[in-house]
Structures are given as C-alpha cells and as structure tokens.
Design a protein around this ligand. Structure first.
Ligand code: BTN
Length: 248
C-alpha cells in the first residue's frame, strides 16, 4: 500500500504495520522496475543484518529500505551506504542525539572518551547490476527509535533511551530528505562522513577474511574504504571486507 506521507523528497512510501523484512519487499519492488520508493514498517519479523547477522526490529523503530536506480558503477555503491549513514546521523543529531558514525556504516552514540559506543542504527545495502553499472540499489536502514534499549541486543541504544521519543513521521521525512540530498551529489558524501566519524583518529583492529589489520584509522578514500596506518605502512580496507572493527 502506497501512502501519502507529505515528503518533500521524491519518494513514495510503501508502509506496512508488520512485514518480514523491508529489504525483501524493496527487492521485489526493484525487480518490478520501481524507483524512489521507501518501504517503511513499524515492525519486522524477519529482518536481516550485515553478514547474515540477526537484526531486532520491535514496533516503534524506523525500519526503512529505499529503492534507488542511480546511474553509478558498482565501485561507487559504498558511497550510497555512507550517504545513508550520514543522513541517519544528521537526522538523529537534529533530534538531540549525539550520533556519530563508526566505519563503515554503523551509527553509534559514544560512551565516555575511550572510543566506546552503543549502536543506534545499522545499514544493510543490497543491489543488482552489471559489472559497469548498477541496476538498482537498496540501502536498508534500521534505526532504534521509539523502542526500549532493554528490548534490543546488548550494546544497543535507542533514541528513546538517549533523548525520549521522536515524531517518527517527521524524523523519517528529515532522514529521506537528507539521504536524497547526498545521493544526488555523491561528492559531498565523504567530507560529511569525515565530519561525523567516530573511527578516524582511533587505534582499531579490523577483522577481514584475509586476516586482521591493526593500526590508526587515518582517513577514508573517495570510495569509502578505510585507510589504516599500521607498523608496516598504510593499508586500505574496503567496507565489504570488514567483518568486525573495534577500538583497541
Ligand atoms: C547491520 O547493522 O548489520 C545492518 C542492519 C540493517 C537493518 C535494516 S532494518 C530495515 C532493513 N530491513 C532488513 O531486514 N534489514 C534492514
């Protein structure tokens, strides 16, 4: 069901009280040729996280997957995920939450000054296309909004726990407007991401299939890969290779 959502950004909203996964629904719509649809649910019963991890989606959160058909190459796709992270962090900051981005695409709230954090939001981006062009791309955005952090996995926080409940309609509107601005001007994504990053300047350990990389996170590249200064020189890790990143 498409509902009128009063959005200024060019998205129609496909709203569901309960759904398995907004990403699954968005993939179906994308395969049918849809563009600029935001699939939004109050609750998900089969939501998915990155790397086949579970994701908890109780009623009251913001669970939304956005179908886009941009003219980009697969190499630029990570910028879409970073754009979503920046949009989430900015919408949350407007709501009064001290949201920052943990590379590659977790939105977190810092706890103390040691690089510790609680997770507020995550992104699972899925796409289809050829080697030289993306057909469709769906950033699936999960934000713990009006939910009790107690009902979420350990290490999570929520907008409710940080600052109290938000008007979700207004919040989603700001989120999608921000996302639309960044996806329309991908060159602005990396500078905005740097400004909101919790990871840059931290000493981190990244686990990846080819082994771990330990060192200081000094920058991200124009395509969103993390540059780490190790004892043996600089190494670049792509978001897709990151199984786990933690401050050390
Ligand atoms: C992660 O941090 O691992 C990513 C979590 C992504 C969760 C969102 S909620 C909306 C969309 N639908 C899903 O099934 N997953 C994403």
């Amino acid at each position: 069901p498409t509902v009128e959502f009063g959005l200024e950004a060019p998205f129609s909203v496909d709203y569901h009280e309960t759904i398995g996964s907004t990403n699954d629904r968005a993939r179906e719509l994308a395969a049918d040729g849809a563009a600029d649809v935001a699939v939004l649910a109050d609750e998900q019963t089969g939501s998915r996280g990155r790397l086949d991890r579970e994701w908890s989606s109780p009623p009251g959160g913001v669970w939304v997957s956005v179908v886009s058909r941009p003219t980009i190459t697969p190499a630029q796709a990570p910028l879409y995920t970073l754009a979503a992270a920046v949009a989430i962090a900015q919408a949350a900051r407007e709501a009064g939450v001290d949201a920052r981005i943990k590379w590659p695409n977790d939105v977190v709230v810092p706890v103390g000054d040691d690089g510790d954090y609680r997770k507020l939001a995550g992104i699972l981006t899925e796409m289809e296309g050829e080697t030289d062009r993306v057909d469709w791309i769906v950033p699936g955005i999960g934000i713990n909004a009006n939910v009790d952090a107690d009902a979420l996995p350990e290490g999570a926080t929520s907008i409710r726990d940080e600052v109290g409940d938000v008007d979700r309609r207004r919040f989603v509107q700001r989120l999608l407007e921000e996302f639309d601005d960044y996806r329309s001007d991908l060159e602005t994504v990396v500078p905005a991401w740097r400004d909101l990053a919790l990871t840059l300047g931290q000493r981190v350990r990244v686990d990846r299939p080819a082994g771990e990389v330990v060192g200081e996170a000094v920058d991200i590249t124009n395509s969103g890969a993390l540059v780490i200064e190790t004892d043996d020189g600089r190494q670049t890790v792509s978001a897709g290779d990151c199984e786990h990143l933690r401050p050390v």
